[in-house]
Design a protein around this ligand. Sequence first.
Ligand code: ZN
Ligand code: ZN
Ligand code: ZN
Length: 786
Amino acid sequence: MEDGIISKFVLDQLSVWPLAAANFRALKNVEVRNLEVNGLDVKLQHNPGRIKSSAAKVDTASLKARKCFLCADNRPSEQMKLKFEGRKDRKYDVLINPYPIFPEHLVIARDEHVPQSIWNRMVDMTDLARHYPSFTIFYNGPKCGASAPDHFHFQACPRGLMPLENDIDKNLDLVDGQSVPAGSPLEDLTSVQDASLYHYDKFTKGVFVLKARTSKSMAKLFYRLLDCLPQREDETEPMFNLLTWYKVSPSKKVSGISHGRFGEYRAVLLARDKHRSHHYFDEGPDHLTMSPGCADMGGLFIVPNADDYAKLDARLLKEMLAEVSVNADTERDIIWKLTRTQPEVQVGIMSGDEIEFEIISDGAGKQKVSYENGKISYNGTLYDELVFDAQTMSSMFAEPTFILYGVTIGVGFHWERKQVQKFAGSLKFIVDNGKVTAVNVIGVEDYLLSVISSEMKASASLEFLKAHAVISRSWLLSQIEARKSAAKEVKSSVKEDYTENGVHHYVRWYDREDHTLFDVCADDHCQRYQGLTLAIGENVRKAVDQTWGKVLMYDGKLCDARFSKSCGGMMEHFSSCWSDEDFPYLAAVPDTASENAAAVPDLTKEENAEKWIMGEIPEASESFCNTSDEKILSQVLNDYDLETKDFFRWQISYTRKGISDIIKERSGQDIGLFESMTVISRGPSGRITELLIKGSKSSMQIGKELVIRKFLSTSHLKSSAFVFKVTKSETSPEEDIITLYGAGWGHGVGLCQIGAAVMSEKGYDYSQILAHYYPGSRLVNKDRNE
Ligand SMILES: [Zn+2]
Ligand SMILES: [Zn+2]
Ligand SMILES: [Zn+2]
């Protein structure tokens, strides 16, 4: 309670500083008039003394040219100061404003010349409010009325002088706990611990109200709000004005219980779109010298010009206010971001006879569960299932809540090893196949943040990452739906496996098997997931945030949004690779801008496929995925330095003996010496879907594309879109060279990653990229009825 000190300080200061004293005296005689603006009774103050401040140039060059009037060295010798200690050694000088708009008008400036920015300083603001409870502390963002955006400062004025503050204060008094009475302009949005956030539906767009019992939860909720405001790329924080005060009530009833002396932090944030309205720049009769800051946005409009004061009416004020505030669409977006939700996904992380873990917040350190007689043993008790709950339905991204020890990563790779991993969300232990399995129950968006960070390079461009976020989300939600509906699809199948006329027919396809006890696993089998162990790239965060809840749908169903590295210039059909069905949105479309598309011939015909693969059709080179741009390729290829860059067109050579051995090893069938290959059928991308291989001992007719790729390479052939040529050896037929010329990398169905990265680089946005690779699909957000 330091209020008395301020009054004395002001008197002392004015007694030695004639300029300030004259301005404070003049303030007593300024004209004031009332107007009603969108339901709030506001005040106009005709204050000629403020012309300098309202017309101040705050661009970087002008700021550089002038001496900073808040730096101690440049202040007038008469100016006195009080000290205020902020948190973490941040020190402030409390000064009076020599050009006042309030009878006690303070500037609280950092003792260092550091830029105006609210990051980390909200706690100083609430501390100030509590220290001076008869004052309202306010903050103008660097582009929202701060006349010294280069030198950090708050301002303060006596409580109750701003109409908006008064109306909000009155309405907050009527809130019981968090619940708002009927007819209140406050709309309950969200809360964090003891802090609540409301939208104020009066006066102007983008008004948000906060209340909290502790400064810590106030800061938490305030920064969450800030995260939901639009921010321009080149700015350091969103545009806003902020008023904060500390309300002490002699007593208050909350949910029927009376409290004695009840203190509460309160704040109102006004989200802004512009510093000044067009009226400021208008040189005609519409001109207004007004640069709205906290006072104006608080309903006390400061008008330095007599002409302006005379002509201002409610219509003009509303117009100016609407222009400098965020618009209705932006307000709707902010509210949606604050209130949006995410469905839960269950991710199987690890299994073992025992599992070591740690719940970060409980302080118990490392603990252990183990498998015992079909149950989970924990602290001497047996459980069927054990859950450590955390809040997972956050509207923002969650923080780590638990740790798992000894998680195996890189299963089956040379770099396989154990790792300590951190996770957000809840931890659940279940029994699975004679072992304990740790399952992470987490919000879908939090999950995506992690998998996209593991699977994509942090350097990938934003629109490319956004397209991927939508694909991953669509896939994930279809996994969750599939498990809920328990409608088991056949996930892989042998279609033909018989011998007829000496030819072994072998046609099969592989697809992922679903899990039964959780939705997805953490390995490459589903999507590689390591919780919050890896740093989350800024672009990944943006990509998930900006596509939150959006999925691809066709005909009311989630799309099976497949993707591969490179289509080779043309997209393939689903049935060429998996079960005998096709989807309209997985169409055979050339991977090129539509104006080049018409020239691609029918690649299921052998002569066309050959010309296409051998580069005799010039249009092929126009394909999006035909690139050797290192910057783009390194975004898509995780082990860029290790991998070959030939994927759009590639070739590989074997000796006749060599390819015979590979076929024998990979298929298990000895065909003798390889003689020839005949294409039975190709898909629309030129990928072979059925191939007859003749050998000296036997023959085989194989499909679909993955079987062909598997049998003709020691690892996997890049794709099944190929033609081949034989070069005779002079020594022996065994030494003849068989060369395969191929196109593309992977199955080629759906999105072509390299093509998509090129599209993003060329300026296409993610919705255009998705529309290109999944024609006819719709980008849907069920939550928002979009
Ligand atoms: Zn300064
Ligand atoms: Zn899996
Ligand atoms: Zn492509």
